[in-house]
Every structure is written in structure tokens, then in C-alpha cells.
Design a protein around this ligand. Structure first.
Ligand code: HEC
Length: 373
């Protein structure tokens, strides 16, 4: 039970601060608040009505944080600079798509908070980013953001279609698509689900691979032997493409010291992309994080939450979002499996983090396209 409940009626309109469009729970603007005070004109305990309201809301949101088990976000495991740089180059490079027309960033664009701001994703054949993307094959799902993936390593995608099983291996779509030996060789134990996931869009026809007749991958890989023959063949061809770019060979070998490029398979690319995602899309300095409290990676200490980090309106929004009676957080966290990510999930915008747009350019001979096109 909540220790604090704000009861009476204030008679002002609140527009909830975190107005995510959570399915079925969309809120009309200008909703009459259930956050309220009686006798709003009468200062009590020397506090103005606004200060009193804030005090009550802070207490209530802190209770809800505790009830929902939300804790300061710990940082992702460290990755080497070489692995990060390789992953970064791959993430923004259309070379990983059959028709060279899509990169991971086409759908997970940093300027759009690592999504595409679309209801249904737009993949191959298209031009442009986000709502401006035209001519593309449309997929059946909404693109998910990539913030703080280190908290989701038990499985990815909204229905956990990329799970990490109890045996320690990743089974995309529930199948042994990625050979176990590859996973043992290339996957960092802390990043397995993300590494396995990062190998799948490239072999998904509408997302990055293309359709029969489109390119050398779909022409030469056995369409009559899907799915295993097709994906293994396409991953092999992708390594051939990458191997034809001397800078990539250098980057792979720098990222995996002691392994020759010719002994590498596509799981090394997946692992590098995961390393990039973990470091680049770690976010723990939003107003919400500051309110919850922040973890200091150098000392291991937790900086206590700052009551002033959220505005009154944001506090009211947080309260509504986490309110068990409304069930928004429960619905969202059930879908996302992580209460710590409630404020970054399903909102197609950043929750306070400055966007970054890094162009990965200048690697001669490759088709690196940059994040900002
Ligand atoms: C054509 C658009 C598109 C492209 C290209 C694409 N994705 Fe996605 N991504 C999606 C969609 C849609 C989902 C949601 C999938 C689902 O729910 O089944 C998703 C989900 C994910 C997730 C799961 C996030 C979570 O919270 O569970 C990760 C990680 C991810 N993508 C990484 C990548 C990487 C890495 C690449 C490039 C190799 C990539 N994506 C390319 C559209 C795309």
C-alpha cells in the first residue's frame, strides 16, 4: 500500500508529463487532475500550496518507485574501444543489407531516440529516415528503442523472440540459428542476447536482406532451404563483403586480438554491434535518473535521489504512470520486462537525454553511410 495519497481536489488541469502513447491508455490532453489539495489558498506549515503539493507528490512517487522495485541503473559492462568502433561502423553501414539500402540506424536512428517514430517499421527498398522514409517494404512491428540493453539480456524483442536460454545459448525465433560453437567463440558472456539479436535483421527479408531476385544473397543462398541454409549462407556472404574492405579487416582484427579475419564468422560482427549498443545507448542521466538516484561506477556508491530533479508536472506524470490503479507502468513493464526502463520504452522520443548523431565516415572503399543521412 502507498504510505502517502494525495486526496482532495485542486481544480487545475494537468497534462501528464510523460505522455507516452501506451496502447489503450492514451490520455486526452487537459485531463482534470486527481492530484489535488483542499483549501489551496491556505498555506500550511509555512509551505505554499505548490511546495506542499510537491512534497506530497515526491513522497508518493518515492513510494511508487519502491513498490515497482525501481533502482538506480548500473552501467553496462565495459567494452574495448576497438570493439566499440567496429560495432559503431557496422551499425551505421548499409553494407550489411542485401541491397545496400538499409542499416541498423535506418530504423534505430539516434536522432529519433534510436527508433524510427513509425507505427510499423520501414525496411528494404526505402529512402529516407523515420516518417520521411518512402518506398520501403513495411514490417509488421514497431521498432523498439535500444537504450540500456544491458538490462535486457535475458531476452530481447517485445515477445522475447530472441531469448537467452538456461543452457547459455541464444535461440533467435526459438531456433538454433546461430551455431553454438560460434556463440562460444565470439559472444561476450554479458552481451549474448544483444549479440545474437544483432545477427538477425540482416537475414530478415523485409528488414535488411531483401527478397528473392533482389541481390546476390537472396539469389545465391538456398531459398528452398530456409531457414538454416539461407541464414548461414547469407552470413557467410556478408563476411565476404566485409573482408573486401581492408579497413574492416583491420578493424575486426584490432577488435579481436589474436584472431585472423579469415577465421572469423558473422557472430564476431554481432558481438561488436552489441558492444556498440551497450556503450552508445547507455543513458543514466535523465531527470528521472537523477530523481531515482545515480550509481557511481568509479566508487560503486549510489548518489541519493534529488527531490528537485523533476518539475511538478513531471512528478504528477510519474505518479500517473506508476499508479497501480491505472496500470500503465505494469502494462509497459510487462511488455518490456524492466521497470528501470519504463521511461524510455514506447516513447518515441528521448526522456531527457541529449541526442547524439555520429557520422561514421571516411573508411575508404566501404559503403559507410553515416548516422545522419
Ligand atoms: C527495418 C527496420 C529495422 C532494422 C533495419 C533493424 N531493426 Fe532492430 N528492431 C526493429 C523492430 C520492428 C523491432 C521490434 C522487433 C519485435 O518486436 O519483434 C526491433 C527490435 C530490436 C531490438 C530489441 C530491443 C528490445 O528492447 O528488445 C534490438 C536490440 C535491435 N532491434 C537491434 C537492431 C540491430 C543491431 C540492427 C542492425 C543489425 C537492427 N535492429 C535493424 C526494426 C529494425
Amino acid at each position: 500500500m502507498l504510505k502517502h495519497r494525495v486526496v482532495a481536489v485542486l481544480g487545475v488541469s494537468w497534462v501528464t508529463a510523460f505522455a507516452c502513447d501506451v496502447e489503450g491508455v492514451s490520455e486526452p490532453a487537459g485531463v482534470e487532475a486527481d492530484v489535488a489539495l483542499d483549501d489551496a489558498d491556505e498555506p500550511r506549515s509555512g509551505l505554499t500550496p505548490a511546495a506542499l503539493l510537491k512534497q506530497l507528490l515526491v513522497a508518493e512517487v518515492r513510494d511508487l518507485i519502491e513498490e515497482n522495485g525501481i533502482e538506480p541503473l548500473e552501467p553496462p559492462p565495459p567494452v574495448s574501444d576497438e570493439l566499440f568502433e567496429l560495432g559503431e561502423a557496422l551499425f551505421y553501414d548499409k553494407i550489411l543489407s542485401g541491397n545496400r539500402d538499409v542499416s541498423c540506424s535506418t530504423c534505430h536512428h539516434p536522432r529519433l531516440a534510436t527508433t524510427d517514430r513509425l507505427t510499423m517499421n520501414r525496411g528494404v527498398y526505402g529512402v529516407g529516415i523515420g516518417p520521411q522514409r518512402v518506398g520501403a517494404a513495411v514490417g509488421g512491428r514497431t521498432t523498439q528503442p535500444l537504450w540500456n540493453l544491458h538490462k535486457l539480456q535475458k531476452g530481447l524483442a517485445v515477445d522475447h523472440k530472441v531469448p537467452l536460454a538456461a543452457d547459455g545459448y541464444v535461440y533467435p525465433l526459438g531456433g538454433p540459428f546461430i551455431p553454438f560453437a560460434w556463440q562460444d567463440e565470439a559472444f561476450d558472456p554479458d552481451m549474448k542476447a544483444a549479440a545474437g539479436q544483432a545477427m538477425m535483421p540482416e537475414v530478415t527479408d523485409q528488414e535488411m536482406l531483401g527478397f528473392p531476385g533482389d541481390n546476390d544473397f537472396t539469389d545465391e543462398c538456398p531459398q528452398d532451404d530456409p531457414p538454416f541454409g539461407l541464414v548461414l549462407c547469407a552470413w557467410g556472404k556478408m563476411m565476404e563483403r566485409l573482408g573486401a574492405v581492408p579497413e574492416y579487416v583491420e578493424m575486426f582484427e584490432a577488435a579481436y586480438p589474436g584472431v585472423d579475419f579469415e577465421d572469423m564468422h558473422f557472430a564476431y560482427a554481432g558481438n561488436a554491434i552489441a558492444a556498440y549498443e551497450f556503450r552508445a545507448f547507455f543513458s543514466d542521466d535523465t531527470p528521472w535518473d537523477r530523481f531515482v538516484g545515480r550509481f557511481d561506477p568509479t566508487t560503486g556508491a549510489v548518489t541519493p535521489g534529488d527531490d528537485d530533479a523533476l518539475t511538478l508536472q513531471q512528478l504528477a506524470g510519474a505518479r500517473r504512470f506508476l499508479d497501480p490503479d491505472l496500470g500503465i507502468a505494469r502494462r509497459v513493464t510487462r511488455a518490456t520486462r524492466s521497470p528501470t526502463r519504463t521511461f524510455t520504452r514506447r516513447c518515441s522520443r528521448n526522456s531527457g537525454r541529449a541526442t547524439r548523431c555520429r557520422a561514421a565516415t571516411g573508411r575508404a572503399g566501404s559503403t559507410i553511410t553515416g548516422a545522419c543521412d
